[in-house]
Design a protein around this ligand. Structure first.
Ligand code: C5P
Length: 238
């Protein structure tokens, strides 16, 4: 049974060096569905690291591009050469930027690539108070849903959102429109800097396609045991 839920668990390799990332990835080989390379690791170890990790598991390249359409399009063209399983952009980069990104990713797939494009809605570290300070009076969940509908219109394949919003996104955008959810905390764990957290079983019940978990695994004394415990929690949802 664990193999089913395993495919849906993405580990965030937020580690400060290529060697630590490789060691962690090798430890978790076969235990998780995808490895997430974020800004920290990409800035330290770059495309070479992505290629190496890609031989262990499919890669979610979480670089969250947010720039004008042409810059995002050209940058995506560069990273698509690595053929990651997932890439992402910020929905708040606007509709033209999302359309440009979706066009590049579609062309990559038409040429035999496997990459799908996600749009980050509202970071899971932001709560209502943080949004108010940014000048946005909206509830994070409502804003995330609004941005998810826009991302779908613009041709994205799914969104990054809190698992709190996954069900509303699924209902509004359909089952095939992916919901990748960070801000996952196993029961009894600290939320750290995440604001909109959900436990693994609840995230699946809410309709998350993939669960992203970082520090509860990478900072654990025994990361393999931490993964096994998360998979057990996920199974409780099925
Ligand atoms: O350690 P933790 O489980 O909080 O890691 C969550 C990961 O998900 C981090 O790599 C973070 O950059 C990423 N992420 C997030 N919220 C988003 C998008 C990505 O926390 N909205």
């Amino acid at each position: 049974m664990q193999s089913n839920v395993r495919e849906r668990l993405v580990v965030a390799l937020d580690l400060p060096s290529a060697s630590e990332a490789m060691t962690m990835a090798r430890k978790l080989e076969g235990q998780v569905g995808m490895l997430k390379v974020g800004l920290e690791l990409f800035c330290v170890a770059g495309p070479t690291m992505v290629k190496e990790l890609g031989s262990i598991a499919p890669i979610f390249l979480d670089l969250k591009f947010h720039d004008i359409p042409t810059t995002v399009k050209r940058t995506l063209e560069a990273v698509l050469m690595l053929d990651p399983r997932l890439v992402n952009i910020h929905a708040q980069g606007g509709p033209l930027m999302m359309e440009a990104a979706a066009e590049v990713v579609r062309a990559h797939r038409a040429a035999g690539g496997r990459t799908e494009l996600l749009a980050v809605t509202v970071l899971t570290s932001l709560d209502r108070e943080a949004l108010a300070r940014l000048g946005s009076p909206e509830d994070p969940g409502e804003l995330a849903l609004h941005l998810a509908k826009l991302a779908k219109e613009c041709g994205c394949d799914g969104v990054v959102c809190s698992a709190k919003e996954a069900n509303a996104v699924r209902q509004a955008c359909g089952e095939d429109f992916h919901r990748l959810t960070p801000g996952i905390r196993p029961r009894g764990e600290q939320s750290m800097d995440q604001a909109r957290v959900v436990d693994p079983a609840q995230a699946l019940r809410n309709g998350a396609t993939w669960l992203v978990v970082g520090r509860p695994i990478t900072l654990a004394a025994d990361p393999v045991a931490a993964v096994a415990a998360i998979l057990d929690e996920m199974e409780q949802a099925l």
